[in-house]
Write a protein that binds this ligand. Structure first.
Ligand SMILES: CC(=O)SCCNC(=O)CCNC(=O)[C@H](O)C(C)(C)COP(=O)(O)OP(=O)(O)OC[C@H]1O[C@@H](n2cnc3c(N)ncnc32)[C@H](O)[C@@H]1OP(=O)(O)O
Ligand SMILES: O=C([O-])CC(=O)C(=O)O
Length: 377
């Protein structure tokens, strides 16, 4: 009997690994829903805090539920003196993604419930990670610039407080609004690489701090979340919008990747791009600087005309964050603060009906052979 070779789907392209009721990506209509709500509707009618609650609980909160959720988040913002001391010792040259990855891992060691992976404890731990992440990102970033950390302000929303702890001030309402929208758009996206990583860690029944630490590690790569930083580095390399087409064509000549374009699931446009682009344009208007959006428009047109490849969410998010005043190495850590909500929802879902994630590989190495003695090697 002849054996048929097992089918390998490199990169797990097109593989369904499990069921999930958290979000739905519909590439045929370029749409995305969180718990059944279109992400664009959530951007216009809800805040990031409400979306975080929705992802974790399955329904939008009423006013009392939202207040209780926000109160709990605000009460958990402060970093422990031990964590702050460790952050002070981080190398000044460290990337803020490595700082937040290490900080979340440290939070796991000091969490009073680290050994408890019951659903209730995982939810309390998720809230603590979510609440503390902005402070950890901002403290590491400020210390690397020779500035002292800023204490969180419980009178501010999650997004306002993010600006407060980074810049020690909260910008105009339209800037916070654009940031809030970006946080909603980044919150959740089915079985992307970092979420699948977090679920894989959880499937071993490891704790949520480990799952989120691993998620952060996976998000850092430029093929995934790190692309929002790479996009801005790319835009800054292009001297002017007029020179963008020639710059891009030279990338084609070198067969180089163009950051912020392409997507594993969306092949005719990322559902989140129109909304993020709209808010990036609002930011360009607020700041009075159209260069980045004009350059972006040229790149998007040529990529579509020549390669039939559309931009992904990182493409408008990069310039939007730059126009909000963030240093480029903060872009992916912002994505982390948002995606902690999605990763956590997946950790809860994975553990509610768990099976160890463990695929197979086809062996291509040498056939079994004897170990030669040292004198014969
Ligand atoms: C939030 C997020 O994580 S969104 C993704 C952010 N990542 C980026 O922006 C990085 C740039 N993009 C990429 O590297 C890829 O598009 C990925 C990793 C996102 C998706 O990868 P895949 O699904 O494996 O790509 P896919 O199979 O659709 O690629 C098809 C073809 O388009 C090309 N292509 C895809 N994206 C790009 C790009 N950004 N620049 C140039 N060519 C590209 C591929 O090289 C491939 O060419 P080939 O057929 O000649 O080999
Ligand atoms: O879905 C993906 O593969 C990547 C992505 O857009 C995300 O994680 O938001």
């Amino acid at each position: 009997m002849s054996e048929t070779a097992p089918e390998i789907r490199k990169g797990l392209v097109g593989v369904y690994a499990d069921e999930s009721s958290i979000s739905k990506v519909m590439p045929e209509t370029n749409s995305l829903t969180y718990r059944g709500y279109a992400v664009q509707d959530l951007c216009e009618q809800a805040s990031f805090d409400e979306v975080a609650y929705l992802l974790w609980n399955g329904e939008l909160p009423n006013a009392a539920q939202l207040k209780a959720f926000q109160d709990e988040e605000k009460a958990n913002r402060a970093l422990s003196p031990a964590l702050l001391k460790v952050i002070r010792e981080f190398p000044k040259t460290a990337h803020p993604m490595d700082a937040i990855r290490t900080a979340v891992s440290f939070m796991g060691m000091e969490d009073p419930e680290w050994a408890d992976i019951s659903d209730a404890a995982q939810r309390r731990k998720a809230m603590r990670i979510f609440a503390k992440a902005p402070q950890a990102v901002a403290a590491a970033f400020r210390l690397s610039k020779g500035l002292e950390p800023v204490a969180p302000d419980p009178s501010l929303s999650y997004c306002e407080n993010f600006f407060k702890v980074v810049f020690d001030k909260v910008p105009a309402k339209e800037v916070v609004r654009a940031f809030d929208v970006s946080m909603i758009l980044y919150a959740e996206h089915t079985f992307n690489a970092s979420t699948f990583t977090a679920r894989t860690v959880s499937s071993t029944m490891a704790d949520i701090h480990g799952a989120i630490t691993a998620g952060i590690a996976a998000l850092k790569g430029p093929l995934h979340g790190g692309a929002n930083e790479a996009v801005m580095h790319m835009l800054k390399e292009i001297p002017s919008p007029e020179e963008a087409e020639a710059w891009l064509r030279s990338r084609f000549d070198h067969k180089a990747l163009v950051m912020g374009f392409g997507h594993r699931v969306y092949k005719s446009g990322d559902s989140r791009v129109p909304t993020m682009k709209k808010y990036a344009e609002i930011m360009a208007e607020v700041v009075g600087d159209k260069r980045w959006m004009n350059t972006s428009a040229v790149l998007a047109k040529v990529m579509l005309d020549e390669k039939r490849i559309h931009p992904n969410l990182d493409f408008p998010a990069g310039p939007a964050y730059y126009l909000m005043g963030f240093d480029i190495p903060l872009f992916t850590p912002i994505f982390v603060c948002s995606r902690i909500t999605g990763w956590s929802a997946h950790v809860f879902e994975q553990l509610a009906d768990n099976r160890l994630i463990r695929p197979l590989s086809v062996y291509t190495g040498l056939e079994q052979r004897p170990v030669p003695p040292m004198s014969a090697r």
